[in-house]
Design a protein around this ligand. Structure first.
Ligand SMILES: *[C@@H]1O[C@H](CO)[C@@H](O)[C@H](O)[C@H]1NC(C)=O
Ligand SMILES: *[C@@H]1O[C@H](CO)[C@@H](O)[C@H](O)[C@H]1NC(C)=O
Ligand SMILES: *[C@@H]1O[C@H](CO)[C@@H](O)[C@H](O)[C@H]1NC(C)=O
Ligand SMILES: *[C@@H]1O[C@H](CO)[C@@H](O)[C@H](O)[C@H]1NC(C)=O
Ligand SMILES: *[C@@H]1O[C@H](CO)[C@@H](O)[C@H](O)[C@H]1NC(C)=O
Ligand SMILES: *[C@@H]1O[C@H](CO)[C@@H](O)[C@H](O)[C@H]1NC(C)=O
Length: 479
């Protein structure tokens, strides 16, 4: 009797062992997975929480306008971008966090002086006891190496592996209190030769806290080749389209939130850039002014070596709706440069034809031109990426090109102003709108007339009779 059972005993224990071992292995893998995705690097948020952060903020419009671009003199920027960066870094006491697609501050051209000054200021942070953290997708940047040698901590994001796109995000957070968001890069061109627009927000730890979560998200992508499926709470959004932050911008009561793209980069509750744009366009009642380098409703994706291009409708759609169904006036300012895709003209012509035979329908498109230089196409380029309406402003990192939103990383900021018709003070919207109108009525902005010639080049640029147009249209905000 013992004979047949005896050999079974060790088999049973062996099976038990295997089962227990398998269970443990599973647990271990699970724990490892959770740990790796949550990252037990708890970065303290300087003791500031959503409950006691500051909502009493100051905001300033910062611009860079190249010297050789003649825009009406009385509307020179209120605050030069280089001064904006300088004051931000001067205020720093503990930490500076920077994301930029490009690091090219310290080149030799004589026009690069502002860039060199900014670079020196970044290098000197360590001697002031300030931590500099940089998230970047550049693998071989000499400037990042120099900064690392001077105490900066740099985290590499492999955008190719993670999203098959690029890192277009550009922002700065100082002491989790002050922020910069806008079109400028850590590039000497942004500080001298290229036209840029952004916002600097001071004393605004609530907004900085939320933008810092975007930074933490990038920070945790260090050396990964995938997006974890479980995220630490420290990267989920604090505010969004449905529950924006209520704050004071100078004397103005406003709401704000940060949006990101691509969708893969939107952890729980984070609003996508494209939804932020939707919301801003849909809430416009009188006008929408858009200034971007490129407008192209196409997505380009290479798949197994071949490139597939598809129509990408979201932005085109929402503009059409606003113009035709809600009779909102839309002005679209695009840059005309060597890299303008010829199909842009077709899409723009199609948009313009919408208003045919419709009363009170207005959609205008103008192209911002500059004298191109052969050696550097970007000199003089209008690199702005924003939209301003009668009640909101959206400042982003992307041009309105489908591929950008689908694959590239970027951030946006939505500011919506609560109108108080009684005591109407000058708001940030008025400043952004004034910047747009200055560009729109300048001699660099030309509307497209006539057709293409054989070379595919457009001719028949004609100066708009802007004064006549201006008088026809009564701004709801003009007092
Ligand atoms: C904010 O609240 C946190 C936790 O409740 C606390 O530790 C911190 O000291 C507070 N910070 C300020 C500036 O009041
Ligand atoms: C980024 O990921 C791609 C694809 O996985 C890989 O080929 C490349 O070597 C990675 N780059 C770096 C610098 O790790
Ligand atoms: C920010 O707050 C500090 C302290 O409350 C104040 O001294 C400073 O002037 C404020 N900065 C701005 C730009 O309002
Ligand atoms: C798509 O990508 C291919 C290859 O990179 C390029 O030749 C083509 O012009 C692109 N098309 C658009 C619409 O961007
Ligand atoms: C156009 O605007 C005028 C004046 O604002 C208004 O009286 C008229 O009803 C509008 N027409 C249409 C078709 O919306
Ligand atoms: C808000 O206040 C700051 C600092 O006082 C000033 O530089 C800025 O121009 C003001 N912004 C607006 C929109 O008035």
């Amino acid at each position: 009797m013992a004979g047949p059972t005896a050999p079974q005993e060790p088999v049973k224990t062996q099976q038990k062992c295997i089962a227990i071992f398998a269970l443990f292995s599973c647990l271990a893998v699970l724990v490892a997975l959770i740990c790796s995705s949550m990252d037990f690097w708890w970065d303290d948020e300087d003791g500031i929480t959503e409950e006691n952060c500051s909502r009493n903020c100051r905001v300033a419009l910062v611009e860079n306008i190249p010297d050789d671009l003649s825009l009406p003199g009385h509307d020179r920027p209120r605050l030069a971008l280089s001064v904006g960066f300088h004051t931000l870094l001067e205020r720093a006491k503990h930490s500076v966090e920077v994301v930029s697609p490009v690091w090219d501050l310290e080149t030799t051209p004589s026009a690069a002086k502002q860039g060199q000054l900014l670079f020196q200021q970044l290098l000197s942070l360590k001697s002031r006891g300030i931590k500099l953290k940089i998230a970047s997708s550049l693998t071989n940047s000499a400037e990042l190496k120099t900064l690392t040698a001077h105490g900066a901590e740099v985290h590499f994001i492999n955008m190719t592996a993670i999203a098959r796109g690029g890192l277009h995000s550009s922002f700065m957070i100082v002491d989790r209190k002050h922020i910069y968001m806008g079109s400028a890069h850590m590039d000497w061109r942004s500080l001298s030769k290229r036209k840029e627009l952004g916002l600097v927000v001071y004393n605004c730890s609530c907004l900085a806290l939320d933008l810092h979560r975007v930074f933490s998200f990038y920070w945790q992508l260090h050396d990964r080749d995938y997006i974890p499926s479980i995220w630490s709470k420290r990267v989920t959004a604090l505010y969004g389209r449905h529950d924006p932050l209520e704050l004071q911008f100078n004397a103005t009561h406003a709401t704000a939130y940060v949006s990101t793209s691509p969708e893969l980069f939107c952890p729980k509750d984070r609003t996508r850039d494209i939804d932020a744009i939707y919301q801003v366009v849909q809430s416009a009642k009188a006008f929408i002014f858009i200034s971007v380098t490129d407008y192209l409703p196409l997505v380009n994706r290479s798949f197994r070596g071949t490139s597939v291009t598809r129509y990408w409708s979201p932005l085109d759609e929402v503009i059409r709706e606003a113009v035709v169904l809600r009779r909102v006036r839309v002005c679209l300012l695009i840059s005309l440069w060597k890299k303008t895709n010829p199909l842009t003209f077709n899409f723009v012509t199609s948009l313009k034809s919408l208003c045919m035979h419709l009363r009170n329908c207005s959609l205008e498109v103008k192209f911002f031109t500059h004298r191109e230089q052969k050696d550097d196409l970007q000199l003089g380029l209008n690199h702005n990426k924003y939209m301003v309406t009668d009640n909101a402003v959206y400042i982003g990192n992307h041009d309105w090109v489908g591929t950008d939103f689908a694959f590239n990383a970027g951030v946006g900021l939505v500011v919506q102003v609560k109108n108080s018709p009684v005591n109407r003070e000058v708001t940030i919207l008025d400043h952004v709108r004034a910047a747009f109108e200055r560009d729109w009525t300048s001699r660099h902005a030309k509307s497209l007339q006539g057709g293409k010639d054989q070379q595919g080049k457009y001719r028949g640029w004609q100066q708009e009779e802007s004064h006549k147009k201006e008088n026809e249209w009564k701004s709801p905000l003009s007092l």
